[in-house]
Design a protein around this ligand. Structure first.
Ligand code: MOS
Length: 740
């Protein structure tokens, strides 16, 4: 299919606004008389506040109020109304609700003053007395209380066992059994969480918030504060990264709105980098994987268990073990996922939640199996390739994973790998080559969009989705321009405003498919209206045509069989004496999807160089071959996968939020001590998009790429480290002390 815009490497339509600073973020909206809130965080992990002395803070000229649980307004509380659309089952935390401390760095007061500096100074003067209780923040302790979590919406339950996995494992000729302990990680987006609440004269609030879901935040605020949608609008046109941390409303938005309502003023609350470590995190997770195989490597048993932390007030769970019964063909599979309550904030979805950890364990275990059987890791995966989804007993709507393995291996030069560990070197450097696969859901959530075509031929399409750096603005503009046959410059896409047509949070890699399908559908409606009008105009060259006989291209409706017979869109509006043509519609998954399973896949190949004396590791080369359906924009798509790969390098070698269990708090809560990859850690990265056609998954054939890029990367690095050194480090991150 030839296209004008879809599939073209279009530059970001918001690129100029971003690099010139014209793009405004939540803390950059200024209004006269804005006041500033600074959060005071709990110094203990568990217990009660016995006393809050704010007298010194309040005595400062310009300090307006210190909100605490003692003076905050009593709002009706119900676990149901407090639950946002992403909330796991449980009783959501509400700031300043009572004296109880549930986790370290929990907000205990909000100091509001006329300047940010004054508020920050005043916050340092607030003295909080505590009665400590015994806390537990170590998974080793928590797992004694582990239980099956209540199911979470949007996340499939742990698949039921099939066959007799324990027995098949016990009888298998080749057995691999290993445990993995993965640390807490934090999202660490560049932009700290912030909210600016602008209050107009009538008391209506415009809430500029950093979020991945303006309507989720709006509904949460309306429920909690008992106000109507007419009184409160949430706006978030630009987000400086979020990676899942912005899926749920965070506490600064609650505090900012509370202060604005109480003080009847416009208020801004910005969190510090340290406070960013109190918002939820990728949970520390223990896993056990047991693989049983025939002597030739054919899988006979897969057992995958996980125990991950949750808070004491919500059952957070994620699909950690699901993939282990899906990615490979095996008739004996047992999967189990439990949660262990700890005195920490509820974990929070973080890029590829579940798969990031689960696929790490599975793909490392597969590497161990390949070594034990003595066959090539790619060969082992091809031998056990799943042609059907055995969980649901359905065919895949498309699955080009074989091509990922083949094309990735070829580009990487995998055939030249000597399988023997420690066999490849360059001076003092041990060279290791490792690989792993990746899989992620290709889902579609119902979403709506509106389109307005004006008499001058300009089109505006809108939906209450977000662009968290992924390229939403750009790909939606491309889809709209494609459908109506307009140049990119004549199309504007707007998002990030709760008053726009309904859209889900931007997450789960489902925005391209979900919002994109709505954008396509609404533009097709506009096409339909235009065509009807075009047939009716005087001496219409299309008078006897059907919609199927024409193409929308170059700002015209053209007859396919005779392209000289055409009408321009502006002419249609002019002759119809119309100022605008409008349509609004929603799109959801097709009934046909029910009969198929849809996933994106990838194969990642990495090279590491390990200094044999010092144990330092460099990831010198990565090739990732991704099958993600139709690629709407190779440029933004590549950026998504590149970012994911860099995350994977961080996950493998650097990232860890260290808890001091004596105090129950994160001690490396800053970007100096929480290590993420910097330029020096990132070398050659190549992304290949494997051609994949999917007529079923959604009308665009696109599967979404926000998350797949990270999946499998850490396993591929760990497997390369084993190949380089002969040492198998299973607990992340792989730091040099674990190698020496
Ligand atoms: Mo993603 S963790 O659904 O933002």
């Amino acid at each position: 299919m030839t296209t004008a815009h879809i599939g073209k490497p279009t530059n970001r339509v918001d690129g100029r606004a971003k690099v010139t600073g014209a793009a405004k973020y939540a803390a950059e909206y200024h209004v006269p008389d804005l006041v500033y809130g600074v959060v005071v965080s709990s110094a203990i992990a568990k217990g009660k506040i016995t006393r809050i002395d704010a007298a010194d803070a309040l005595a400062l000229d310009g300090v307006l109020q210190v909100f605490t649980h003692e003076n905050a307004p009593r709002l009706p509380r119900s676990d149901r109304s407090d639950r946002d659309e992403i909330a796991p089952p449980g009783s959501p935390f509400r700031p300043l609700d009572d004296a109880e401390i549930k986790y370290s760095a929990q907000p205990v007061a909000l100091v509001v003053a006329t300047t940010f500096e004054l508020a920050r100074y005043a916050a340092s003067l607030v003295r909080v007395g505590y009665e400590r209780a015994v806390h537990a923040t170590d998974l080793k302790e928590g797992r004694k209380e582990a239980y099956q979590p209540q199911p979470r919406e949007l996340i499939p339950p742990v698949p039921k066992p099939r066959g007799q996995a324990e027995q098949a494992f016990a009888n298998a000729a080749v057995q691999v059994e290993a445990e993995y302990l993965l640390p807490v990680e934090h999202h660490n987006p560049m932009e700290p969480f912030a909210t600016t609440v602008v209050r107009d004269e009538d008391g209506k609030l415009t809430v500029y918030d950093k979020t991945q879901g303006v309507q989720n935040v709006r509904d949460y605020l309306c429920n909690v504060f008992g106000c109507s949608r007419d009184d409160l609008r949430v706006v978030s046109p630009f987000v400086g990264g979020a990676f899942g941390s912005g899926l749920r409303p965070q506490y600064q938005v609650f505090l900012a709105v509370l202060a604005a309502r109480e003080l009847k003023r416009s208020v801004r609350v910005t969190l510090t980098r340290q406070q960013m470590f109190s918002l939820g995190h990728r949970p520390t997770t223990w896993q056990r994987v047991a693989l049983g195989a025939a002597p030739d490597g054919t899988l006979e048993a897969v057992i995958h268990e996980a125990i991950a932390e949750t808070s004491r007030f919500e059952d957070y769970s994620e699909p950690v073990v699901h993939w282990s019964g899906l990615l490979y063909r095996c008739d004996n599979v047992t999967l189990d996922h439990q949660v262990a309550p700890l005195d920490l904030n509820t974990p929070c979805d973080m890029r590829a939640p579940g798969a990031a950890w689960g696929m790490y364990a599975l793909e490392c275990a597969m590497d161990e199996l390949a070594a034990k059987v003595g066959i090539d890791p790619v060969e082992l995966r091809l031998k056990n390739y799943a042609e059907r989804d055995q969980h649901d007993d359905k065919p895949f709507s498309s699955k080009e994973l074989r091509a990922c393995y083949r094309q990735g291996a070829e580009r990487f030069g995998w055939a030249r790998r000597n399988p023997e560990p420690r066999s490849m070197r360059e001076g003092d450097m041990l060279i290791g080559w490792g690989m792993a696969g990746g899989v992620w859901d290709a889902s579609q959530i119902p979403a709506a969009a509106k389109a307005v075509l004006t008499a001058n031929g300009k089109l505006t399409v809108s939906s209450a989705t977000a662009d968290i750096g992924t390229g939403t603005y750009t790909i939606m503009t491309q889809i709209a321009a494609e459908t109506l046959g307009l140049p990119i410059e004549d199309v504007t896409f707007t998002l990030g405003d709760s008053s726009l047509p309904n859209a889900p949070v931007e997450g789960g890699s489902f925005t391209a498919a979900s919002v994109g399908s709505a954008v396509k559908a609404v533009c097709q409606e506009v096409c339909g209206q235009l065509f009807q009008l075009a047939r009716q105009i005087d001496d219409s060259p299309l008078a006897d045509a059907e919609l199927a006989d024409v193409t929308f291209t170059g700002g015209h409706i053209r007859l396919n069989r005779d392209s000289s017979r055409a009408v321009s869109l502006t002419e249609v509006l002019r002759q119809g004496t119309l100022d605008t043509i409008e349509a609004e519609t929603s799109a959801g998954p097709s009934p046909e999807r029910e009969h198929y399973s849809s996933y994106s896949h990838s194969a990642v190949f990495t090279e590491v160089k390990v200094d044999q004396d010092l144990g330092t590791i460099h990831v010198t080369r990565v090739v990732s071959a991704v099958a993600g359906g139709r690629i709407l924009n190779p440029k933004t798509a590549r950026s998504q996968v590149l970012g994911g790969i860099v995350w994977g390098i961080g996950m493998a070698l650097e990232e860890e939020s260290v808890i001091d269990h004596t105090f129950g708090r994160f001690v490396n809560h800053n970007l100096a001590e929480y290590h993420v990859p910097v330029n020096a850690d990132v070398h050659d990265i190549e992304v290949i998009f494997v051609e994949e056609h999917d007529e079923v998954v959604n009308p665009l054939g696109a599967k979404g790429l926000g998350e797949p890029g990270v999946i499998g990367v850490a396993a591929a690095v760990a497997n390369a480290v084993f190949h380089a050194t002969g040492t198998r480090v299973r607990d992340l991150p792989i730091t040099l002390d674990k190698l020496l």
